[in-house]
Design a protein around this ligand. Structure first.
Ligand code: ZN
Length: 280
């Protein structure tokens, strides 16, 4: 299933994408797409429904496809070729950081440059959505704790991230820096999360292309690894790192300015697009 939330910011209604690509309204059968809707049992109940019995709704805007995201855990330098372009050694263990929840943004909503930003950059990523509490889970169990997958743009301000001291978090959690969606695709529809192409265009030019096949630490490893350090709860999101082609990897580096557009996608998980706007 492809689950969505459509409508104005703050007033989105839950839905699913039918076989013809239309949005079917779930607001008559679900209170919303919160953490409780992401369990295997709840998803199995939804999967039994015939989409034809649900009203078609106009998808004027997609929101983040689910609500109740308790935390956004992100993984740094998780593609060997991206670590090389960043001039960083391959990590011996996953690099884990948190993105502020206040950075969450609809998949096609504008991305706003922070005040004074000169080094805002793009990062297409595979997002992993937790469906069942994961506390110190083994690799064998890991995927059973995953509800599904989504596209994430891990927008990053490189000066704030790298040149201003301390951890990366200052450059990762700015408002609008975490576009998610358009869909939450349930894990049954993703046969192999390590065989997905990812891409990102800036102003129509393909700058990132890669495959989850070249991740340093795969999804199974990441869910198990992160769950040793913090309990993962239904609705939590893991951003699994970005392939090569980010702006700071260009010579000379390229960064976003107001008016620029990004378009990005992951195989089977849909596409998102943002226009960059000035700080306001
Ligand atoms: Zn990232």
């Amino acid at each position: 299933m492809k689950l969505v939330r459509v409508g104005k910011p703050g007033a989105e209604r839950p839905g699913l994408i039918d076989a013809e690509g239309r949005v079917r309204d779930l607001s008559g059968v679900l209170d919303g797409l919160g953490p409780q809707a992401l369990s295997d049992e709840a998803l199995a109940r939804l999967a039994k429904m015939d989409p034809a019995t649900l009203p078609v709704v106009q998808a004027d805007r997609f929101g983040v496809p689910w609500t109740g995201i308790g935390k956004i855990v992100a993984i740094g330098l998780n593609y060997a070729d991206h670590a090389a372009e960043a001039g960083m050694p391959l990590p011996a263990e996953p690099i884990v950081f948190l993105k502020a929840n206040s950075s969450l943004n609809g998949p096609d909503d504008a991305v706003m440059l922070p005040r004074g930003s000169e080094k805002t950059d793009w990062e297409v990523e595979l997002g992993v959505v937790i469906g069942k509490v994961a506390r110190d889970v083994s690799r064998d169990e890991a995927l059973s704790h995953v509800a599904g997958y989504c596209v994430v743009n891990d927008v990053s301000e490189r000066e704030f991230q790298i040149e201003r001291g301390g951890t990366w978090d200052k450059g990762k959690g700015c408002d609008t820096f975490c576009p998610v969606g358009p869909w939450l695709v349930t894990r049954d529809e993703v046969a192999d999360p390590q065989a997905l192409a990812l891409w990102l265009d800036v102003n129509g030019e393909r700058v990132q292309k890669g495959s989850t096949a070249t991740m340093v630490f795969d999804v199974v490893t990441l869910v198990s690894y992160v769950s040793r350090f913090m309990t993962l709860h239904p609705g939590d999101l893991i951003c699994t790192g970005t392939p090569p082609g980010v702006g700071m990897g260009f010579k000379p580096p390229r960064f976003l300015k107001a008016g620029d557009t990004m378009r990005l996608g992951v195989d089977g998980l849909g596409e998102q697009g943002q226009t960059v706007v000035a700080y306001a």
